[in-house]
Design a protein around this ligand. Structure first.
Ligand code: SF4
Length: 386
């Protein structure tokens, strides 16, 4: 059957995107069009060291070869639907993918470096009750191209190509803490992170990457063994009753199993401690008794805490603990020998702070929907007027 295109609509681009292919897949793709493996090495260098966005930029390839590559492949990053910069320097991108789905990426700058917070899914299957993203149903997993592409877009934005030395990197770290549960999309996350870590490209060391999970126990070991990246656990409660109430995944993987997975995490040591994220919820998980129970829970695990003042969102049943309570909680842990800093909320004015990521994209989607509806209404009126 013929495919009918509406007038003016371009046919879908069936060329393969080279971004997001593992090195083996890239080599195989080029072999298929008659190119020897050394070409894959050259192209990889252009993509991930130089940050080329087109074949035309690959000036050490012959013109004929560039044309041939262009016939079969594209070099494509996610589009930017919206970019905002907070008064504190935090920058947020609403990335738009080829199918129109969107996810957010945030850069949190420090004095001479900074972390890019990357999404792994559009929406999330988990329903952590304090998290606004968790109220948005899972739409789909992001592909390796969409995951690595988020970091590349962030680097485009800061002109960080060709790959600088470690000391000169502004975008020096990746945290997989955006939308979604990375361990429910592990294969794609792993492919993307292996691309990011490859020495002859973006070359970001595994110690500069942190994967944050809500506690998908069976995949935790795999993340350590295959990627060797830092591990962060969204813990948020020291006992099963409280944790199951605010994080339903705890019913599937209770704390005993989760703590054992942390004890067994490859590479965890005092030099590479596991981070326990702990959102401070008034009257839920913030008493001194909770702090003491936490210390008991993590006994024997090389770890540190990261206390997160809760960012309220419309409709949430929770409030943030009082500043004095958060301070006291931190102090109790600190006196017992744990590092437990209180995270300073960043990018609040652009809704980029932890747990706020859903809000903006959904608001935008609603606005876009209204815009589309009004455009459709106008089109109807114009058609009726002839
Ligand atoms: S905290 Fe993470 S895992 Fe839980 S609902 Fe939010 S995005 Fe999903």
């Amino acid at each position: 059957m013929d495919t009918v295109f509406s007038p003016g609509a371009p046919p879908a681009d069936t060329r393969t995107n080279l971004i997001g292919l593992s090195r083996e897949a890239l080599t195989a793709a080029l072999l298929e069009v008659g190119q020897k493996p050394f070409r894959a090495k050259q192209v990889w260098h252009w993509l991930y060291h130089r940050g080329a966005t087109s074949f035309a930029a690959m000036t050490d390839l012959s013109k004929d070869l560039r044309t041939k590559l262009e016939d079969h492949f594209v070099v494509s990053r996610p589009g930017i639907s919206r970019e905002q910069t907070s008064s504190d320097g935090t920058r947020k991108w609403l990335m738009e993918f080829a199918d129109g789905q969107k996810a957010e990426t945030v850069f949190i700058p420090d004095i001479d470096r900074g972390a890019v917070c990357i999404s792994s899914q559009v929406g999330c299957t988990l329903t952590c009750r304090f998290c606004h993203t968790g109220t948005q149903r899972l739409v789909r997993n992001l592909t390796p191209a969409e995951i690595v592409g988020q970091f590349m877009v962030a680097r485009d934005s800061y002109g960080e190509w060709p790959t600088p030395t470690d000391e000169r990197r502004m975008l020096s770290n990746i945290v997989l803490m955006g939308m979604g549960e990375p361990l429910y999309n592990f294969d794609n996350v792993a492919t993307a992170m292996k691309i990011v870590m490859a020495d002859d490209g973006i070359a970001l060391g595994k110690r500069r990457i942190t994967l944050s999970t809500s506690g998908v126990v069976p995949e935790i070991h795999r993340a350590g063994a295959e990627l060797g990246v830092n591990l962060a656990i969204s813990l948020h409660a020291p006992d099963d009753d409280t944790r199951s109430m605010i994080m339903p995944i705890n019913k599937k993987y209770p704390l005993k199993e989760l703590m054992q997975a942390c004890r067994d995490y490859p590479g965890a040591s005092n030099a590479r401690r596991i981070t326990f994220e702990y959102v401070m919820l008034k009257g839920i998980n913030d008493t001194t008794a909770h702090a003491r129970a936490l210390m008991k829970l993590v006994k024997g695990i090389p770890c540190k805490f990261n206390l997160i003042p809760f960012n309220p969102w419309p409709g949430t049943p929770y409030e943030c603990s009082d500043a004095a309570t958060v301070e006291g909680f931190s102090q109790t842990l600190f006196e017992a020998g744990f590092s437990a800093p209180i995270r300073t909320p960043r990018g609040r004015d652009i809704l980029a702070a932890c747990g706020q990521l859903k809000t903006d994209s959904e608001k935008l989607s609603a606005r876009e929907k209204r815009l589309r509806e009004s455009e459709a209404a106008w089109a109807e009126k114009e058609a009726a007027l002839g």
